[in-house]
Ligand binder design. Structure first.
Ligand SMILES: [Zn+2]
Length: 80
Protein backbone atom coordinates (compact mmCIF):
# COMPACT_ATOMS: atom_id res chain seq x y z
CA UNK A 1 0.00 0.00 0.00
CA UNK A 2 1.32 3.40 -1.00
CA UNK A 3 0.70 6.13 1.53
CA UNK A 4 0.16 9.57 0.03
CA UNK A 5 0.44 12.23 2.73
CA UNK A 6 -1.01 14.96 0.49
CA UNK A 7 -4.35 13.22 0.17
CA UNK A 8 -4.60 10.99 3.18
CA UNK A 9 -8.37 10.68 2.88
CA UNK A 10 -8.10 9.06 -0.54
CA UNK A 11 -7.24 5.40 -0.19
CA UNK A 12 -8.43 5.14 3.41
CA UNK A 13 -11.53 3.07 4.06
CA UNK A 14 -13.98 4.77 6.38
CA UNK A 15 -16.48 2.76 8.39
CA UNK A 16 -20.12 3.68 7.68
CA UNK A 17 -23.38 2.16 8.71
CA UNK A 18 -26.72 1.62 6.97
CA UNK A 19 -29.51 2.29 9.43
CA UNK A 20 -32.41 1.25 7.19
CA UNK A 21 -34.23 -1.43 9.14
CA UNK A 22 -35.22 -3.58 6.14
CA UNK A 23 -31.87 -3.35 4.40
CA UNK A 24 -29.49 -6.31 4.53
CA UNK A 25 -26.43 -4.06 4.61
CA UNK A 26 -25.14 -3.09 8.01
CA UNK A 27 -21.55 -1.96 8.37
CA UNK A 28 -19.91 -0.87 5.13
CA UNK A 29 -16.61 0.67 4.17
CA UNK A 30 -16.50 3.74 1.95
CA UNK A 31 -13.88 5.93 0.41
CA UNK A 32 -14.05 8.77 -2.06
CA UNK A 33 -12.85 7.60 -5.46
CA UNK A 34 -10.75 10.67 -6.08
CA UNK A 35 -10.10 14.18 -4.88
CA UNK A 36 -13.05 16.39 -5.81
CA UNK A 37 -15.04 13.51 -7.31
CA UNK A 38 -18.57 12.85 -6.10
CA UNK A 39 -18.03 9.15 -6.60
CA UNK A 40 -17.64 6.73 -3.73
CA UNK A 41 -16.27 3.24 -3.51
CA UNK A 42 -18.43 1.19 -1.17
CA UNK A 43 -17.76 -2.35 -0.01
CA UNK A 44 -18.76 -4.71 2.74
CA UNK A 45 -15.11 -5.53 3.39
CA UNK A 46 -12.03 -3.81 1.94
CA UNK A 47 -10.91 -7.04 0.22
CA UNK A 48 -14.34 -7.71 -1.29
CA UNK A 49 -15.77 -6.49 -4.63
CA UNK A 50 -16.93 -2.92 -4.41
CA UNK A 51 -19.75 -0.77 -5.71
CA UNK A 52 -19.22 2.64 -7.27
CA UNK A 53 -21.80 5.13 -6.07
CA UNK A 54 -22.17 8.57 -7.65
CA UNK A 55 -23.39 10.89 -4.90
CA UNK A 56 -22.21 13.90 -2.95
CA UNK A 57 -22.38 11.84 0.23
CA UNK A 58 -21.86 8.09 0.64
CA UNK A 59 -25.10 6.14 0.29
CA UNK A 60 -25.95 2.49 0.77
CA UNK A 61 -25.69 0.67 -2.59
CA UNK A 62 -28.53 -1.64 -1.60
CA UNK A 63 -31.18 0.80 -0.41
CA UNK A 64 -29.90 4.27 -1.35
CA UNK A 65 -30.09 5.58 2.22
CA UNK A 66 -27.38 7.93 3.42
CA UNK A 67 -24.78 6.03 5.39
CA UNK A 68 -24.26 7.07 8.99
CA UNK A 69 -20.85 7.59 10.54
CA UNK A 70 -19.82 6.14 13.86
CA UNK A 71 -20.18 9.66 15.25
CA UNK A 72 -23.77 9.79 13.97
CA UNK A 73 -24.52 6.54 15.82
CA UNK A 74 -22.87 7.81 18.98
CA UNK A 75 -24.99 10.96 18.86
CA UNK A 76 -28.07 8.86 18.32
CA UNK A 77 -29.85 9.10 15.01
CA UNK A 78 -33.48 9.98 14.69
CA UNK A 79 -35.34 6.77 14.10
CA UNK A 80 -35.74 6.39 10.35
ZN1 LIG B 1 -28.96 -0.01 3.07
Amino acid sequence: MIQDRESSVIGVWERRFCVTSWCTADALYVQRKGEGLDVWRVTEKPDQPEWLVASDVPVCPLCGHHLATQANLDEGLDAA
